[in-house]
Design a protein around this ligand. Structure first.
Ligand SMILES: [Zn+2]
Length: 129
């Protein structure tokens, strides 16, 4: 395991206490009890949890980050579908025949194409940790 980071709380008088274990325990409790996608944590709630996990190098942070990307993507995808309803309906009808309908990929900020069922991912996002 790499060098462990420590988390301190600074009192008004300047003294500091190491609260790493407490924060880690809370983090593990949250991560361990979360069924991602159950709605237990909203995307907004998950932002600081993922940030904490990433900053402190805690485990399972990838799951929190993947959840966030998926939430963000589905929100933007819904918006995209609303704004391009006719084109998307045409696309859906054609997809019914079981082949990939040619289209220009339109990527959400999560780096995934917003056309329904399209598995395309942006290079940079696909290679991100
Ligand atoms: Zn696409």
């Amino acid at each position: 395991m790499s060098e462990k980071l420590h988390i301190f709380v600074r009192q008004a008088d300047g003294t500091e206490d190491d609260i790493t274990e407490g924060v880690q325990a809370l983090y593990d409790l949250v991560i361990g009890s979360v069924d991602w996608g159950s709605g237990f944590l909203s995307a907004e709630d998950a932002v600081p949890v993922a940030r904490l996990g990433r900053l402190c190098g805690f485990g399972q942070v990838e799951e929190a980050e993947r959840y966030l990307r998926e939430q963000q993507h589905s929100e933007e995808q819904m918006q995209f579908i609303r704004e391009h309803r006719e084109a998307v309906e045409k696309y859906r009808a054609m997809s019914g025949y079981g082949y990939q309908v040619p289209h220009d990929h339109v990527f959400s900020s999560a780096g995934m194409c917003m056309w329904p069922y399209c598995p395309a991912q942006q290079e940079s996002a696909a290679s991100a940790p």
